[in-house]
Design a binder for this molecule. Structure first.
Ligand SMILES: Cc1cc2nc3c(=O)[nH]c(=O)nc-3n(C[C@H](O)[C@H](O)[C@H](O)COP(=O)(O)OP(=O)(O)OC[C@H]3O[C@@H](n4cnc5c(N)ncnc54)[C@H](O)[C@@H]3O)c2cc1C
Length: 596
């Protein structure tokens, strides 16, 4: 497998040249004192070293060995514990955490880059700090001061990890029907009983304690999603001095055997009257859990991007070395028996598809992260409200679009390898197996699409969508005389108009027929993602063009050429997606059960 190299150059280009992140950081209260360009640069550099030097070398080994279960105890693949210690000691778990409780308070636009490196280097491992950071966010937003003081410092410093316990054997997407119960105890705590399945890093040997955020129902819970409460349930109940105390009454019943991310433990968790504490208000647990879930959704989108980048690097290295056939324009390397496969148009198509999606995806994540920073740190209430709307709108797109493209990139990379992509040796088949889960967990991509189309677009009559569309329209107006952008302005204008038309069409159609939302949703999300990437590519062209003339590295000239490839060869898919959506859901709903 090719060595993983953190894409630091691209990350710096995005932060500094495209999104002017240092200016945003300096303008936001709470960030101005925390981060400056030098600090950010040092963080990126160090993260790159951990990703390629510590995590990536364990990726293939973790897949081959997997986790081991023995009488409720889970041991991780060789090297994982040491890597986790290095990771935690470096302060990486609490990178974005609140400094009041020991976090480093870094902006999401920077943290997202670090997350991409960790996930790209080792997705199975990366899940553990990702879940911890998400649990911290939910606890920070909804927990009592006492819980925050007791748990957050230990979780930020990585000595305790986090897990998210939603799914039950009969309840995945539909959490309203969970059966886990919480009985109030005399001391103000609760006793949790029930079985949760598929709990990522629910049990392991890397951290001293594991803090589970568990959804369960109180005795007086109304039926459905409005009867769910959220509880903090630690593996070891902390002593007053902060050390891990008595073992709580729950355990890992078994580990799932699964297709990919084998280095991570996917646990069945049995709660037998375990002691827990309420987080937030009774019956409002699903809303509180959404704080964590939204973080994880973006994180899973970042996983899709990270693994797609790893796939690209692996496939590119192979395409530069593998000799097969001659170039259609005549032999390029006459001293060799054949040319490297990189000369072939179809191999270039595959590599450029990956490159264009990945760099567009990285820009999109950075863009969403900047909105998150506005939402969290801005002192302007109106701007915060708009930023919240943008984050709500864009999160399902980031999750589903980037994980769909993530799998695409892994499969395309596999194709570049030919038969060598199908066997273990080159690591490419692992990418395909690992990437697949990102489309499924954290709410399937179908559910993300329903969330986008139904809750984020139709339910508010396109209000959030208008924020996005008018920003793109403003960009077009401001840049229509920019020579470098000339080839892109008109296609971008057409793409945003197409998306706006389709949005209006579905809003109208769904008023008469509620099945139209679900029928349009997945294609709509794809169309949205593609259009958003087109906007990202236009912004990257604007930033790269002035530097391309004197560029000898190939970075900026390559950027401009990749933009052209995206607009010529990928953006046209938006036409067929729009046409499919306009055709409506009739042909999906017409079959009777017998006709399937
Ligand atoms: C490796 C792994 C790790 C996981 N980690 C965790 C974890 O840490 N914590 C946790 O709580 N869970 C975890 N999960 C569970 C995961 O989040 C669920 O599997 C996922 O949300 C889907 O639920 P389900 O499997 O029950 O599928 P179902 O809900 O049964 O869905 C089946 C299909 O029906 C579709 N569907 C369902 N309802 C609708 C609807 N209303 N409209 C349209 N389509 C619909 C779905 O999109 C899907 O295609 C993990 C799962 C795996 C495999």
């Amino acid at each position: 497998m090719a060595e993983y190299k953190a894409p630091l150059r691209d990350m710096r280009f995005l932060l500094n040249d495209v999104f002017d992140a240092p200016r945003q950081w300096a303008s936001l209260p709470g960030l101005a004192e925390t981060v400056d360009p030098e600090t950010a640069d040092a963080i990126l550099e160090e993260a790159g070293k951990i990703a390629s030097g510590v995590l990536a070398p364990l990726n293939q080994k973790g897949d081959e060995e997997g986790c081991h279960w023995n009488d409720g105890e889970v041991t991780t693949p060789e090297g994982f514990r040491e890597a986790y210690n290095t990771f935690a000691e470096g302060g990486w778990v609490g990178l974005g955490g609140d400094p009041e409780f020991g976090g480093m308070g870094m902006p999401k636009s920077l943290v997202a880059q670090v997350e991409e490196m960790m996930q790209g280097a080792n997705m199975a491992f990366g899940l553990c700090p990702m879940l911890t950071a998400g649990a911290c966010l939910a606890l920070h937003a909804h927990g009592s001061q006492e819980l925050k003081e007791q748990y957050l410092p230990k979780m930020y410093d990585g000595s305790w990890s986090g897990a998210m316990d939603l799914t039950e054997p009969h309840a995945g997407t539909d959490l309203g029907i969970i059966r886990s119960k919480a009985e109030p105890a005399d001391d103000g705590s609760y006793r949790i009983t029930g079985t949760k399945i598929f709990i990522t890093w629910g049990e392991h040997d890397m951290a001293e304690n594991i803090i589970h955020l568990v959804l369960a129902k109180l005795p007086d819970a109304p039926p459905g999603p409005k009867g769910i409460s959220l509880f903090l349930v630690p593996k070891f109940i902390p002593n007053d001095d902060g050390s891990s105390g008595e073992r709580n009454a729950f355990s890992c019943g078994s580990l799932e055997k699964k297709m990919g991310i084998k280095g991570s433990a996917t646990c069945v968790m049995n709660f037998d009257g375990a002691k827990g504490w309420l987080v937030g208000e009774p019956h409002k647990g699903l809303m509180a859990m959404f704080t964590m879930m939204n973080y994880e959704r973006l994180g899973v989108g970042i996983q899709g991007l990270g693994i797609a980048e790893a796939s690209y690097q692996n496939a590119l290295a192979y395409a530069q070395e593998r000799l097969q056939s001659r170039s259609p324009t005549g032999a390029q390397e006459k001293d060799k028996v054949a040319d490297p496969i990189l000369v072939h148009p179809d191999v270039r198509r595959m590599l450029l598809k990956m490159k264009a999606y990945n760099e567009g995806g990285r820009a999109f994540i950075t863009y969403v992260a900047q909105w998150l920073d506005q939402a969290k740190f801005s002192d302007d209430a109106a701007l915060r409200e708009k930023a919240d709307a943008m984050v709500a709108l864009l999160t399902p797109v980031a999750k589903a679009y980037l994980t769909d493209r993530g799998l695409d990139s892994c499969v395309i990379g596999q194709q570049v390898f030919g038969g060598h992509g199908y066997i273990r040796e080159w690591g490419q088949e692992q990418f395909v197996r690992d990437a697949r889960i990102a489309q499924i967990y954290e709410g399937t991509n179908g559910i993300q699409a329903m969330d986008l189309m139904g809750r984020k677009v139709v339910a508010n009559n396109g209000k959030f969508f208008e924020f996005f569309a008018s920003e793109v329209a403003d960009f077009i107006t401001e840049n229509q005389n920019d020579g470098a952008l000339e080839p892109y302005i008109q296609p971008l204008a057409a793409a945003i108009e197409r998306l706006s038309d389709v949005t209006e069409h579905v809003i109208k159609a769904s008023a008469e027929d509620p099945t139209q939302v679900g029928a349009a949703a997945v294609d709509y999300l794809d169309l949205f993602g593609l259009t958003a990437e087109a906007y990202m590519w236009a912004r990257m062209v604007k930033a790269a063009a002035p530097q391309a003339e004197s560029d000898t590295s190939g970075f900026y000239t390559g950027k401009l050429k990749t933009a052209k490839f995206f607009y010529d060869r990928l953006l046209p898919q938006s036409v067929s997606l729009a046409e499919g959506i306009r055709a409506g859901g009739q042909s999906m709903m017409a079959h009777t059960a017998e006709e399937f």
